[in-house]
Ligand binder design. Structure first.
Ligand SMILES: C[S@@+](CC[C@H](N)C(=O)[O-])C[C@H]1O[C@@H](n2cnc3c(N)ncnc32)[C@H](O)[C@@H]1O
Length: 271
């Protein structure tokens, strides 16, 4: 059980906050509700410590004076511009085939939202209880959006460690078309390996770096590649452009972008 995290809310959202408190508790996070006068930009500036917050926009995280949440509605303009031809991720994951994709490192779910928009059926796996709850909230809200509703109908969320989930698929010999991996990459290494102009971490990604450990214990996901290769026709790994290969395994094919690349591993036996 993780305890001691604050959940800030205004009096009028108390019931909502208690509902989130119960959900988080069921996932091993014990939050203390604190009522504040106004959960506004000024409050966030004066209270830079990380906390969860609940207001009319649902559950979100604050820290360093910023409001952060996996805002899928804000992704709509980007989705509308995207096409199978223009998106490197679409070529890497062969989305024209409308594959079944397991995204084993969900995070904020933005890559999966794009893949689902381009036709993939996605199982999105996240093991961090707070990130998972934020994702679930983003998906629930997207369901009533006229544009996003049909996209998120192709997304299923699973709260699990992907190593456990993939192990279960291996035991049942249950194959899938694509496993997609975008494991964390230490910021300090990005700064060493990636050119300065590319090293700016997007504002929303700071949410992940706030929540997830940066020093020492960060899980870089090498074992996920080994497991994924046993049950997927194709494994696609997103990496910073100059990063080392995951699990030191040379990919069969690469797609290179300005800031990131996609390494693909094909399972010849399954074609
Ligand atoms: C870099 S983020 C992924 C960002 C994501 N591609 C997006 O578009 O927002 C990596 C995420 O994978 C999750 N993760 C890492 N290892 C995992 C595992 N073994 N099982 C489930 N989730 C994992 C982390 O908690 C983190 O949220």
């Amino acid at each position: 059980m993780v305890s001691g995290m604050r959940l800030l809310t205004e009096d009028r959202f108390m019931e909502k906050a208690q509902a989130y408190q119960a959900v988080l508790f069921s996932r091993g996070v014990d939050v203390n509700i604190e009522v504040v006068n106004q959960l506004n930009a000024r409050f966030l500036r004066l209270n830079p410590d990380m906390a969860l917050c609940v207001d009319a926009s649902g559950l979100w995280l604050c820290g360093n004076g910023m409001k952060m949440q996996p805002d899928w509605t804000a992704e709509v303009p980007r989705l509308k511009r995207a096409s199978l031809k223009s998106e490197m991720i679409a070529r890497a994951c062969h989305l024209s085939e409308k594959p079944a994709v397991i995204d084993a490192t969900a995070g904020l779910g933005h890559d999966s939202l794009l893949m689902a928009h381009l036709g993939a059926r996605i199982t999105l796996i996240e093991r961090h209880p707070i990130l998972f709850t934020l994702l679930e909230d983003a998906k629930n809200q997207a369901e009533s959006d006229p544009f996003l509703g049909q996209v998120v109908a192709r997304i299923q969320l699973v709260f699990s460690d992907s190593a456990v989930y993939l192990d279960q698929l291996i035991a049942r010999q249950q194959m899938t078309d694509v496993v997609y991996l975008d494991p964390m990459f230490p910021q300090r290494d990005q700064h060493q390996q990636v050119q300065k102009k590319q090293a700016q971490v997007k504002k929303q990604m700071q949410l992940l770096h706030l929540l997830l450990p940066e020093q020492g214990e960060m899980d870089l996901g090498d074992h996920l590649l080994v497991l994924a290769r046993k049950i997927a026709k194709r494994v696609v790994v997103k990496r910073p452009r100059l990063a080392v290969f995951l699990a030191a395994q040379q990919p069969d094919h690469q797609w290179q972008g300005d800031t990131c690349r996609f390494d693909a591993y094909f399972n010849e036996n399954m074609y």
